[in-house]
Design a protein around this ligand. Structure first.
Ligand code: ADP
Ligand code: MG
Ligand code: ZN
Length: 565
């Protein structure tokens, strides 16, 4: 069998050690200045380059080439070390040779001069495994080492090493290697080895490796052994027993579309496939973390470990979801994680979390109690009691009694673009983008109503209490009088029956019956299904940014176009 990829690709020079520049640079400087310490402690997670670096240092100490070239990997000493037959390099695995006798033997021999090189180099791997008496014996040696001896102790668990030993060593902490650097290294190996692999697969491997280069290279090796076709991210997920990214996205799509049933169906499918729901949930949380990061910072650089396609999906979802929903979903799913351990109904905690995430905002209203609203709470989208009856009737006036302020409606339509700019200035880009979905406006004496067509995301975004108030303030300035704001979906803006005279704040408007609100939100989904228009459930179609910029709202497309300035 061919040599394992991770052995064949052991770093042979300081430059080849990926991601540990803080160590390799310091060692090179010490070599250059002839100030190499007597003993080093290399601490850090497995597979991050401790043994490789120790051997490179051993080579450099004994290399016959002039200093800047050390280790040259060509002189007889370097070659001997690379072939594992250099007598002056003594590697001890403390996991199997941990007794005091092993260390005493080391001590007895250490005083003999090196046979071939300048230095005898001792690499003691997993040094934390030494017994107490062995540590004491080692300490004596470290206290008075012969001039020709150098020690490199390596460990994954530095906290288990006596302080007396640590204090005799110069310590270096090896770090987990960042995903982009692992990806670059894997790509280099794949090219050299002619392994066909997709970028997304490299990213999936690198992420799964969690900073351990050895695992990353091994996984690439394993994937390559499966066949000649190009390695895909799908294959990587399958091999790792991960659920594919597609299913994670599907759940987040369902969340953006507020499609309870689709999510429950997905969970059921996963269960039938024998997928680990805990793993899946962890992946969803991880994904939503990326979404939240984008929503908080809008800085895609923080996602440098993701592939461009993934960043694009994340950005879509960052727009399709509101921040509160993302936050709550992360919290609620994280809460469900430890409960997903099996049991009679292994999917139940996930299903419950899912339902609460999607419908949670309705519950506090139903209960009519409790000062703490669910974190996703948004104002129910407007006078839903009317919305169900809304038929696309382009030219007819709204039927409810409150008088429309036609003049204000016209003014708002005429100056819609200016209004949007003002919203952008005072509320933000996202709010402005959401308002581009407004299809119709109704203005009463003290109340403005926006109809958002089918864009439920946009509607919810504006209907968030704080946003609602902010936008209402912009509107008030615009109209020169104090108005409240209501939002609902549908093509036609409908003033609430009570909005005609006395109501000044949207919150004081008679709240629609919560059960009715729920029914209508279900009804809304039904209406969407029977409509041949693009599916608002898909985040791109539903994304507020997709609306034609600055199109003023109108009763119909024709009306909207007529009122363009
Ligand atoms: N920093 C790194 N850069 C490049 N390859 C690495 C690195 N760390 C580990 N590897 C790969 O993993 C293998 C094992 O690394 P090793 O140096 O033995 O890690 P450690 O001693 O920290 O467990 C190497 O042969 C190499 O293929
Ligand atoms: Mg090692
Ligand atoms: Zn050499």
């Amino acid at each position: 069998m061919a040599q394992a990829l991770y052995r064949r690709w052991r770093s042979q020079t300081f430059e080849e050690v990926v991601g540990q520049e803080h160590v390799t640079q310091t060692l090179r400087n010490a070599l250059r200045d002839g100030r190499v310490a007597h003993a080093y402690l290399f601490a850090g997670p497995r597979g991050t380059g401790k043994t490789s670096t120790a051997r490179i240092l051993a080579k450099a100490l004994n290399c016959q080439a002039p200093e800047p070239e050390r280790p040259c990997n060509r002189c007889p000493t370097c070659v001997a070390i690379n072939q594992g037959r250099m007598l002056d390099l003594i590697e001890i695995d403390a996991a199997s040779n941990n007794s005091v006798d092993d260390i005493r033997e080391l001590r007895d021999k250490i005083h003999f001069r090196p046979s071939e090189g300048r230095y005898k180099v001792y690499i003691i791997d997993e040094v934390h495994m030494l017994s107490t008496s062995a540590f004491n014996a080692l300490l004596k040696t470290l206290e008075e080492p012969p001039a020709h001896a150098r020690f490199i102790l390596a460990t994954t668990e530095p906290h288990k090493i006596p302080a007396t030993v640590i204090s005799r060593c110069q310590r270096f902490d090896f770090r987990r290697i960042p995903v982009p650097q692992i990806v670059a290294h894997l790509r280099h190996i794949a090219q050299a080895e002619a392994i066909p692999v997709q970028d997304a697969a490299l990213a999936a491997i690198a992420r799964a490796a969690q900073g351990c280069m050895r695992d990353a290279v091994s996984l690439l090796d394993q994937m390559a052994s499966y066949g000649a076709e190009a390695i895909t991210a799908e294959m990587v997920h399958r091999v790792l027993g991960h659920v594919g990214g597609e299913q994670v996205m599907a759940l987040v799509d369902a969340l953006a579309a507020r499609d309870v049933v689709a999510g429950l169906q997905l969970v059921q499918d996963l269960l039938l496939q024998g997928a680990s729901l805990q793993e899946f949930t962890g992946q969803v949380v991880e994904y939503l973390r990326g979404v939240l990061l984008l929503q908080m910072t809008r800085d895609a650089h923080l996602l440098s470990d993701r592939s461009p396609e993934e960043v694009a999906r994340l950005q879509q979802h960052a727009q399709a979801l509101d921040r509160a929903t993302t936050l709550y979903a992360i919290k609620r799913l994280s809460q469900a994680l430890p409960e997903l351990k099996g049991g009679e109904q292994p999917q139940l905690p996930l299903e419950l979390a899912w339902i609460e995430i999607v419908q949670g905002e309705i519950r506090p209203t139903v209960a009519q109690e409790g000062p703490a609203p669910a974190p996703t709470q948004a104002e129910p989208p407007g006078p839903v009691s009317e919305e169900g009856q809304t038929e696309p009737a382009p030219s007819s006036e709204p039927s409810p009694p409150p008088p429309l302020d036609q003049e204000a409606v016209a003014r708002l339509r005429d100056q819609w673009r200016r209004f949007l700019d003002a919203v952008r200035q005072r509320c933000g880009l996202k709010q402005q983008a959401a308002l581009r979905s407004v299809r119709d406006v109704a203005v009463g004496e003290q109340m403005v109503v926006f109809a958002f067509g089918k864009n439920e995301f946009a509607c919810r975004l504006i209907a968030e209490p704080q946003t609602l108030e902010q936008v209402a303030r912009v509107l008030s300035d615009f109209l020169g009088r104090s108005v409240g704001l209501e939002c609902h979906t549908g093509e036609q803006a409908v003033l609430p029956a009570t909005a005609g005279r006395a109501v000044s704040q949207p919150k004081e408007v008679e709240r629609p019956d919560p059960l009715l609100a729920y029914a209508v939100s279900e009804l809304g989904a039904h209406v969407v299904e029977t409509d041949p228009a693009p599916d608002p459930g898909s985040p791109s179609a539903g994304s507020p940014e997709e609306g034609s910029p600055g199109t003023p709202p109108g009763r119909s497309r024709a009306a909207a176009e007529q009122s363009l300035p």
